[in-house]
Design a binder for this molecule. Sequence first.
Ligand code: FUL
Length: 473
Amino acid sequence: MSKTPDYVKYAAGIVPSERQIKWQETEFYAFVHFGMNTFTDSEWGSGNEDVDLFSPDELDCRQWAKLCKLAGMKGMILTAKHHDGFCLWQTEYTDHSVKSSKWRDGKGDVVAECAAACREFGLKFGIYVSPWDRHEDSYGEGKKYDEFFINQLKELCSNYGELFCVWFDGACGVGAGGKKQAYDWQSYYDVVRELQPGAVISISGPDVRWCGNEMGVGRSSEWSVVPYYHCVHYAEQAANDPSLTKPPKKINPTALDLGSRSVIKDCNKLIWYPAEVDVSLRKGWFYHPSDEYTVKTLQKLMNIYYDSVGANANLLLNISPMPSGKMHERDIDALLSMGAQLEIDFNENLAEDSVMTDNRHLDEEHTGQHILNDDPDSYWHSGDDPEGSELVLDIGDEYDIDKVVLGEHIATGQQIEKYALYAMVDGKWKKLEKGTVIGYKRICRFKEIRVRYFKLVIEQARCFATISKFECY
Ligand code: FUL
C-alpha cells in the first residue's frame, strides 16, 4: 500500500455541508430572467426605466412552474431584482418596484406568485438578487447602500417561504451616482444564514461555484474540493490571514484543472465548492423577439445535461418569459421535449434487483450490495486500501444498455481520482470508459451493448473509495 501524502489526506477530509448536499440533489433547475428588461428588449437596463413599462397582462407563473416540472427540473430561481434595480416584489425600501407601477394597481407581486406556483408543483424556490443596482441613489456610498440591500434581502428571505438558493451575481458596475459599491458580502451572507439556514449562497457566495462560462460547458474533471481562492468570500478573508497560501496573481475561473493533486498540492486551504453550469435556453437571458430562432435544439440540451448533471455539476437552465408573462411556444416545445427525453433515457433502472459483489469492503455494512437501494446513505466503502478495488454488477440477464450512472457518497468527501468501467462482452472485460472524477454523479454513456455484467475498477483514490449509486439504463 503506497503512503498517502498529507495534502491528499487533507483534501479527502473536506466534506460538504448539509445544505450543499441538498443542493447537489436538486441537480437540474430553472433560472427565470423576467423583469424590466423583458419590456425594453434589453439585457442590462439603465435603472431609469419608467415603472409603468412593466405590465405583464397575462402573468402566468403557474405555467412556468408546470413547464419546469415537466422538463424534469426540481427547482426554480427567479430574478427578483436585476442590475436595473426594478423589484418584482412589494418592497418597502424603494419606489422602483411593482408597488409603484400601475400594473395590478400596484398590488402585484411576481416573487409571491412564483413562490406559490413552485410550492404547488413541488419545486424548490430560490431568488437571484443583484447587488449591483443602477437605480438606487445610495449605491456606491458604502454602508448606506449595504443597509438598503440588507433590508431588501431580509424581505426576500422572510416573506416567501423556504428558499433553497440565494444567487448573488458578481457583476459590480457603477451606479446612478457614477460610483461603484464595495459590497459587504459577509453581512449579506449573515442575513441569508440567519433567515434561510437551508439555502445555499451561490456564485458570489461560499456554497456553489460558477463553472466559468455561460455556454453550458462543464469540465470533464469537475472537482468539488478546490483551493479556497476560487471563492470571493474566502479570497477576501485571506487578505488578512498570512498563514494562508497566497492566491495566484490571476485567478482563472475557466482553468481546466481546479482540483487534481497537482493543483491542491500547493494550497493549504481547500474548500468544498461544487460547480453549477448556468446557460440560457435562448441566446439572451431575457426575452427578445429576435431570439426566436436561437432556442436550443433537443440534442444540444441533452448534451448540456449529460455534460453537467452527468459530470458532477448541477444544471441551471434559464428560461425567458415574454412581456405577456407567458412562455413562447418554441420554448415550451423545447422544455417539453427535454422532459420527455429524460423520461425515456432514464425509464427503468435495470440494476435495481441485481447482485453486486466486491473484492474488498470496510465492513458488512458497506459491501457492494449496499449500493443497490434508494437510500443515498447506504453505500459501498473500500476500506483504507482503495486502489485496485473492484465492484462487479450482475443484472441477472442480458439487456441492451447504453448508460451507467455512478455516484460517490459525497457526505464522506470526494475520494475517487481515477476509475475505469468495463462490460463483459463475449466472455471478456471490455473497457467502456475511464475517467477521473465521479463525485456526486457521473453518467457514463457508450454505444448500446447487450450485457449482463459490469465492472468498476477504482484505479486511484484519496483515502478510501465509496460508491452509493450504480444504475443501468
Ligand atoms: C450575469 C448578469 O450580468 C447577466 O445579466 C445574467 O443575469 C447572468 C446570469 O449573470 O452576471
